[in-house]
Write a protein that binds this ligand. Structure first.
Ligand code: UDP
Length: 318
């Protein structure tokens, strides 16, 4: 297949590009490089099945420019500012990547009657009152809080995707991605996995927001990418949760990292950011049923290559 993917130079996007090329597809990647990194795709220079274009998916001429590069069989919209640190710094760009950019990518899919997939988020559930979160839960989102630029843009992305499916019969898929980690996350990304790992590796205190009793469920990137690949070929039009249901508190997560690295960095407590969800755990019964998918990589197993990656990045920075 000929694939168009936005956010190609990002953390998940670049892993997905690798997988698509391995599977024998031809890929056109596009990224505006606000948070994407050329380095994530440097190993593909000279690969003739891959082209990388620097462009913003919200640009006025985006649809016409990309349409010239078609036809496409598959259009994947991953471009997004996924870290709270980034979307708080770029709230308007975040809203635009969920709205204008999603519409532009849908328009390209429509031109070619291509399949379309958008990566949505567990943030659609906000600070959830239902636990674990199933796809039928409508969420508890603060529509005007600091995280709303991300949450509401993704909820809009889901809404416009369903509208294109209902109005035009487009073959669309919506992935609700839960916390994901692995190599190629940025050192200064701000999310908890790169933050704790880089702090522990540098012998610095771990910055714990709140009292550490909040929970998250961390999925290794290879598992996530496999889930995306299954979803993009499925006939499931409504959202599907993709994440690892193994839920832990941040206190336990910090302990695991310390044990793994053999360090005893102290915890440095900071106030919990506004609207930071207290619990998060995907119910993946639907993904198991419709995609035959479940994550295979446990936390220690996934952290090992991630640590190795960050060690390399920190060494290069010295
Ligand atoms: N967090 C933390 N220290 C950090 C970064 C994040 O304690 O240096 C917390 C954050 O407040 C949240 C959890 O870790 O409760 C996960 O945050 P992250 O930014 O990774 O993703 P989120 O799940 O909030 O989108």
């Amino acid at each position: 297949m000929q694939v168009l993917i936005s956010g190609a130079a990002g953390f998940i996007g670049s892993h997905l590009v690798d997988r698509l090329l391995r599977d024998g597809h031809t890929v056109v990647g596009v990224d505006n490089f606000i948070t994407g990194d050329w380095g994530n795709l440097a190993h593909l220079s000279g690969v003739k099945e891959f082209a990388l274009i620097e462009m913003d998916a919200t640009a006025n001429d985006f649809v016409s420019r990309m349409t010239e590069l078609g036809p496409f069989d598959l259009v994947l919209h991953l471009a997004s500012l996924a870290s709270p640190k980034d979307y708080l710094a770029y709230p308007l760009e975040t809203l635009e990547s969920g709205s204008t950019a999603t519409r532009n990518m849908l328009e390209i899919a429509l031109r070619y009657e291509a399949r379309f997939l958008v990566t949505s988020t567990s943030e659609c559930y906000g600070d959830p009152l239902e636990h674990p979160q199933t796809e039928t839960y409508w969420g508890n989102v603060n529509p005007i809080g600091p995280r709303s630029c991300y949450d509401e843009s993704k909820r809009y992305a889901e809404a416009i995707t369903m509208a294109y499916h209902r109005k035009h019969g487009l073959r669309t898929n919506i992935a609700r991605i839960f916390n994901t980690y692995g190599p190629r996350m940025k050192l200064n990304d701000g999310r908890v996995v790169p933050a704790f790992l880089s702090q522990a590796l540098e012998g610095q205190p771990l910055t714990m927001y709140g009292d550490g009793t909040q929970t998250r469920s961390f999925c290794y990137v290879d598992d996530l990418v496999d889930g995306l690949c299954r979803l993009m070929m499925s006939e499931e039009r409504e959202p599907v949760n993709l994440g690892n249901p193994q839920e832990i508190t941040l206190l336990v997560f910090a302990e695991r990292i310390q044990r793994m690295l053999g360090t005893e960095c102290p915890l440095e407590f900071h106030p919990l950011p506004t609207d930071d969800p207290t619990r998060r755990q995907p119910d993946i019964a639907k993904a198991k049923r419709v995609l035959g998918w479940a994550p295979k990589v446990g936390l220690e197993e996934g952290l090992a290559p991630t640590v190795e990656y960050f060690q390399g990045k920190l060494a290069a920075r010295r």
